[in-house]
Design a protein around this ligand. Structure first.
Ligand SMILES: *Cc1c(COP(=O)(O)O)cnc(C)c1O
Length: 394
């Protein structure tokens, strides 16, 4: 049972890597009256939302807005550009790459998974050379799409998407590049056009500071062209009617009116802060968090400093320190939510989200909650991570 009517003093510290905290300005915008989604006011509003979205994705091309979570938007991308039985290449960076691949299998596609041989790919970013090598061998161009996760939320790794584009181009391969930036967008720099993504998939509840419920596909001309001829069955997800309707600021079906109010507000806030300032703020909080992890004597799940995520930090726990027990204690004692270890690292890692509407002191609260929970777990940190983060942030 949700105890929504109980009132613990102070506030809940939501430090999972999505959903992220929703700013009160956004919550207030969501509470405006619902209006006629076919009326004149909505058309103008819709156009403003779509225009701002292009700035957030850094694209001149259409951005599709679905009433769906990120998973629905994964499906939207695949069913619009591929054909039944197509071979698609996935790079295994962690649980989200795996879930997306499983969804592709359910749709009747044939995923092939690659990773750098001999490496625990759940601890590193995408190695574009592995993709290039595989594509060079595909002389018959059977692989129709390369699917990569920009910010792997299960491990705290941000991969170099421009390098993946270059690998595809260097291999002179026609595969489309499909990128999941569900947790990257709005928190880590993402450049849809410049980096040459054909479809970028995203969602509302991570860097965009909204509740869950809307998802996105940013498109390229090549992806739009593919969607005109592909044979995967598609109806709700089909881009054509949405693109047509969007020209006047409308949607063919009822959009999530109130979440869209929130989206508009959140994007106004983001553009006012400046995307580069937002990315720098995320980098700084992530660095502070890593100082804490190092002081505690714990290991970052990500082993490659070039791909440390600015969005979240995934901390690998040693034998004898059960990550889920630690999380349970932090929640019950300090009203702090930490992210669980996902997939094969369940119980062996926990995640601290420092994305979206976070600042120095919200991060410090999360670090304190973790540090205070160590004692109850019988874990003695090497030194204080709180002090280390303070030294860095002051
Ligand atoms: C959260 C997330 C998703 C899934 O989104 P849902 O909204 O839960 O469907 C997909 N990919 C990544 C990288 C994510 O972080």
């Amino acid at each position: 049972m949700l105890k929504l009517d109980s009132h613990p003093s102070g506030r809940h510290f939501l430090h999972i890597p999505g959903p992220s905290p929703v700013p009160s300005r956004v919550l207030r915008a969501i509470s405006y009256q619902t209006i006629d989604h076919r009326g004149p006011e909505f058309g103008e509003f819709g156009k403003a939302v779509l225009s701002n979205l292009k700035k957030i994705f850094k694209t001149d091309q259409p951005v599709i807005v679905y009433s769906a979570s990120g998973t629905g938007s994964w499906e939207g991308a695949l069913v619009n550009v591929l054909n039944p039985g197509d071979k698609v290449l996935f790079y295994e960076t962690g649980q989200f790459a795996n879930l997306w691949r499983a969804l592709a299998t359910r749709l009747g596609l044939h995923p092939e998974v690659v990773g750098k041989p001999g490496q625990d790919t759940w601890r590193w970013g995408v190695d574009a050379a592995v993709i290039e090598e595989r594509l060079r061998k595909d002389t018959g161009h059977e692989i129709k799409a390369v699917c990569v996760v920009h910010n792997e939320t299960s491990t705290g790794v941000t991969s170099n998407i421009a390098a993946v584009r270059k690998a595809i181009d260097d291999a002179k391969h026609p595969a489309l590049l499909l990128v999941d930036s569900v947790s990257g967008l709005g928190a880590a720099d993402f450049q849809h056009d410049k980096w040459g993504a054909d479809v970028t998939i995203s969602g509302s509840q991570k860097g965009l500071m909204l509740p869950p419920g809307i998802g996105f596909n940013a498109l390229s001309p090549k992806a739009i062209e593919a969607s005109k001829h592909n044979k995967m069955p598609k109806a709700y997800w089909a881009w054509d009617e949405i693109i047509e309707s969007n020209k006047n600021g409308y949607w063919p079906t009822t959009p999530s009116t109130n979440l869209m109010y929130g989206l508009h507000e959140a994007m106004e806030m983001m553009l006012a802060e400046g995307l580069d300032n937002i990315f720098a703020r995320h980098q700084r909080l992530a660095q502070a968090c890593r100082h804490a992890v190092a002081a505690w004597g714990l290991e970052n799940q990500c082993l490659d400093k070039d791909t440390f995520s600015p969005v979240l930090t995934c901390i690998a726990t040693p034998e004898g320190l059960d990550a889920d027990k630690l999380r349970k204690h932090a929640l019950e004692k300090f009203n702090l939510s930490l992210g669980t270890g996902l997939g094969k690292i369940k119980g062996k890692a926990f995640r601290i989200g420092h994305l979206g509407d976070c600042n120095e002191l919200s991060l410090m609260a999360a670090l304190s909650g973790v540090e205070m929970s160590f004692g109850a777990m019988g874990y003695k940190p090497k030194a204080s991570g709180v002090v280390a983060a303070q030294e860095f942030l002051k």
